[in-house]
Write a protein that binds this ligand. Structure first.
Ligand SMILES: C[S@@+](CC[C@H](N)C(=O)[O-])C[C@H]1O[C@@H](n2cnc3c(N)ncnc32)[C@H](O)[C@@H]1O
Length: 296
């Protein structure tokens, strides 16, 4: 990981040649994923954004916070097999893929001792639905510089304080902001989610989900502190979305996708989709403003 590769990140994402070189490799890797249904985890768009960041930065250590079934762990390991991989999740019972080389821990990022970690060459990947503000503070505390925030909900949405909410000053006044979150779920799941809302603070979350339960009033202070401490904050482009499938109710439709911006990418993807029509689902095309952050 070099300073120049970090400052070049934005340009690389806008460079069609870069994508034309790596997209076929990505599609080959992605096609070999060991678990096909990764609902609740990274799908096509976020996997590609993550793949690009790994290719550009080549961190020597990756800290993955939020493992779920293990699909993203599998991707990280497939792209950079020599990187040290540390996977954190308080609930490891959902694992369906376990990396033979990664270190697993049920500790929270902030409960872990990072003194022996090469923090300057590490990439933290937060897909854990915890307060992004706290994650940045915790990174700073230990000296980490680079992070990917897998979800960056717009104001008024999502279940944790996101970078967009920090930057817009809207705060995160209750834990689940998306009013449509429970729509379409079976009755018993809706009841459980509803119950969670009321018991969140005292039971489950306080024990496990350390900073998800932190609510934040609208304020401008976080925005000032964030600007003061951040070098780069970049929402990574969406590879592909279909206006038939979007807008996804929880997110803002991306203004453009790489697919619609570059003819070369479009033809690679058209070819791929013709062979893999099952990819054209709302789940696969989910995009939630995955964001790269570099701290000062
Ligand atoms: C969205 S899923 C992760 C998906 C996974 N990265 C993927 O793409 O396949 C969120 C995960 O975060 C975990 N989680 C919750 N609180 C956490 C915490 N404090 N630290 C790390 N992981 C946490 C949950 O148990 C859940 O497995």
């Amino acid at each position: 990981m070099t300073i120049s590769s970090v400052s070049n990140l934005q340009n690389r994402f806008l460079d069609e040649e870069f994508h034309l070189t790596i997209l076929p490799e990505f599609l080959r890797i992605y096609d070999a994923r060991p678990i096909r249904d990764n609902q609740g985890g990274m799908q096509l768009n976020h996997s590609y954004a993550c793949f690009c960041v790994l290719k550009i930065l080549t961190p020597s250590t990756i800290i993955e916070s939020g493992v779920w079934k293990g699909v993203s762990t599998w991707l990280l390991q497939s792209v950079l097999p020599n990187a040290k991989l540390i996977c954190l999740d308080p609930v490891l019972s959902n694992l369906q893929y376990q990396s033979p080389t990664a270190e697993y821990s049920r500790s929270d990022f902030f409960d872990s001792d990072w003194t022996n970690t090469d923090v300057h060459n590490s990439l933290c990947i937060f897909d854990d639905h915890q307060s992004a503000l706290h994650r940045c503070l915790h990174m700073k505390w230990w000296g980490f510089k680079y992070a990917l925030f897998e979800d960056n909900y717009p104001p008024g949405h999502g279940d944790f304080y996101s970078i967009q909410q920090i930057s817009s000053g809207t705060g995160h006044p209750k834990i689940q902001l998306s009013s449509n979150e429970y729509r379409g779920l079976p009755l018993h799941s809706r009841f459980l989610r509803w119950l969670e809302q009321f018991t969140l603070d005292n039971l489950f979350l306080r024990r496990f989900y350390s900073s998800q339960s932190i609510v934040r009033r609208p304020n401008l202070v976080d925005r000032i502190g964030f600007k003061l401490n951040i070098d780069i904050c970049m929402e990574l482009p969406c590879l592909l979305f279909s206006s038939d499938i979007y807008p996804c109710p929880e997110t803002v439709e991306p203004s453009a996708s790489l697919y619609s911006s570059f003819d070369g990418i479009k033809s690679i993807l058209d070819c791929y989709l013709a062979k893999n029509p099952a990819m054209l689902t709302r789940a696969q095309l989910y995009y939630n403003n995955i964001t790269f952050v570099s701290l000062k």
